[in-house]
Ligand binder design. Structure first.
Ligand SMILES: [Ca+2]
Length: 108
């Protein structure tokens, strides 16, 4: 299983900035916190960058899915959809491709 690095930069408020990232690994349109939250920062000062690593589960569906990044003020347990007082949500597309092991035996 390959480990990936993600870096998330918070905004300009002086404190209590928290940021999280999610990937919809099973393409069901729901970001399950327990299994699909790939990053959850500690309390960050203004303009801080939180860097962490995550792995793509072997059960992840192949194909393009959504990576959601949320910054929520004063929330140390960010949910992908719940209301936040201040913050920002951005969605990106990511493509999950098979590992080389999946190609073994195909004569590729
Ligand atoms: Ca999901």
């Amino acid at each position: 299983m390959t480990s990936y690095t993600i870096s998330l930069k918070v905004g300009t408020w002086y404190s209590s900035n928290y940021i999280a990232a999610f990937i919809d690994f099973n393409h069901d349109g729901v970001f399950t916190t327990a299994t699909e939250r790939i990053a959850m920062s500690p309390n960050m000062a203004a303009n801080g960058t939180y860097t962490t690593t995550f792995t793509v589960p072997t059960t992840a569906y192949i194909g393009t899915t959504t990576l959601r990044v949320r910054e929520v003020y004063a929330n140390s347990n960010i949910d992908a959809c719940a209301y936040g007082t201040y913050g920002e949500t951005e969605d990106y597309s990511v493509t999950i491709i098979p590992t080389c092991n999946s190609c073994y035996g195909l004569g590729l």
